[in-house]
Design a protein around this ligand. Structure first.
Ligand SMILES: Nc1ncnc2c1ncn2[C@@H]1O[C@H](COP(=O)(O)OP(=O)(O)O)[C@@H](O)[C@H]1O
Ligand SMILES: [Mg+2]
Length: 255
């Protein structure tokens, strides 16, 4: 057995924006745990509070009520990947991937070696010295993934990281992420509005209600690991997707 306690634990987590009488109840109350090594996907309709949840987990936003706890052994346990890449255009690809390592004061030679290793794993070896502006959207998002994984985070937070990509590229990056996270066993909280994405990647899939988002359903996709993207074409996959879609549709389309 690994560590006995959840890596992340949210208890009655609630977030309200604005001041009375003009408040927006964005999130919760929401309870959530993510076990060490677990890949948890959260699916929910647009505006239900998904990014709010992730920003609280990343320490970028405070809860209005309730708690979110990360049990970490290092000072900077979490790495985050956003939908719009969040990489620096004025830094080379390698310097972007090295960024978190520089912050941790990893010596330059080692940092370069680790960055180059991740770039190779993501098929970007030929672009080490390129600037992001010269890269396609898929390549930019690979840079963001390499940067996040290079610091070997205890917790990986991903906010709809593939939403800006076309369907084909999205599938390719999902499969790459599946390989990478199954190899590293990185604890991951992954936000998406795509059920298919959640079912391919997740050990658990949590469905959120419309705003203020709460967890209304939980599923464990019954696909053994190591898993490949081939599960998308199985009847079990299609059935589970249909079942969860019924739930999500009720939330997405007001009665
Ligand atoms: N800084 C903010 N100020 C006011 N309202 C906000 C702020 N951030 C988010 N919201 C509102 O909170 C709700 C949830 O937003 P968000 O977490 O971004 O949803 P999602 O990521 O699920 O689409 C939305 O109604 C949004 O308009
Ligand atoms: Mg969002």
């Amino acid at each position: 057995m690994g560590e006995p306690y959840p890596k992340l634990e949210a208890d009655g987590l609630t977030r309200v924006f604005g001041r009375a009488p003009h408040t927006v109840e964005a999130l919760g109350p929401l309870d959530l745990t993510v076990a060490p090594g677990e890949f948890v996907c959260v699916v929910g309709p647009s505006g239900c509070g998904k990014s709010t949840l992730l920003r609280i987990a990343a320490g970028l936003l405070r809860p209005s009520a309730g708690t979110l706890l990360i049990r970490a052994t290092t000072p900077r346990p979490a790495a985050m990947i956003f939908q719009d890449y969040g990489i620096y255009d004025w830094k080379t690809v390698r310097a972007n991937v090295r960024f978190g390592l520089d912050v941790q004061r990893v010596p330059r030679r080692e940092a370069n070696a680790r960055a180059d290793d991740w770039l190779a794993r993501l098929g970007l070896a030929d672009f080490t010295h390129a600037y992001p502006a010269t890269l396609s959207g898929g390549m930019r998002q690979r840079v963001a993934i390499a940067r996040a994984l290079a610091v070997e985070p205890e917790l990986l937070l991903m906010d709809e990281p593939f939403a800006a990509l076309d369907a084909q590229l999205r599938t390719i990056l999902q499969d790459e992420l599946l390989d990478l996270t199954q190899a590293t066993r990185t604890t991951t909280l992954f936000i998406t509005h795509s059920l298919e994405e959640a079912l391919v990647l997740g050990d658990r899939v949590l469905v959120m209600s419309a705003r203020p988002g709460r967890i209304i359903a939980e599923h464990r996709p019954p696909f053994p690991r190591p898993r490949t993207g081939d599960i998308r074409s199985t009847p079990e996959f299609t059935a589970l997707k249909g079942e969860l879609w019924e739930l999500l549709r009720k939330e997405a389309v007001p009665a």
